[in-house]
Design a protein around this ligand. Sequence first.
Ligand code: OFO
Length: 162
Amino acid sequence: MISEKMAEALNKQINAELYSWYLYLAMAAHFEDQNFTGTAKWLKLQANEEMGHAMKFFQYLNDVDKKVQLSKIDAPPEKLGNHTEVFEQVVKHELLITKNINDLADLAVAEKDHATGNFLIWFVNEQVEEVAAAKQIFEKIKMVNNVPGGFFMIDRELGMRA
Ligand code: OFO
């Protein structure tokens, strides 16, 4: 059995993952609107992953007999910029989510909650990949920032995500 404090923190993380889903969906819509369909595809796939993350927490809370408490999802920013600005935001957001996950892992240790600690290992590893992927794209975008047609090259590459 996990503590109420731990359950509350995990519920909060469901909201954070759903916000990630919403944020990436908004970014996808932003690029769809400008016909950068490859970038939009990458972001929609990323949004799907975020929903998957939220559902992992949802299922875990069910498995440990704690109630899932859904709360309001904040609206994503109304204004999103070009590729450079948006992917800088993606990197920042993934670093923030990494901090959340690390805080949850710290709480599991403090509470000697081995089950939750073990459950969180997947997320600790996932965040390493999420941050690395976001940074890699951001670095590539910076390289073509001032190159004519640079964002179209990036768009084609992002559209290859399976
Ligand atoms: Fe759920 O990892 Fe991104 O936010």
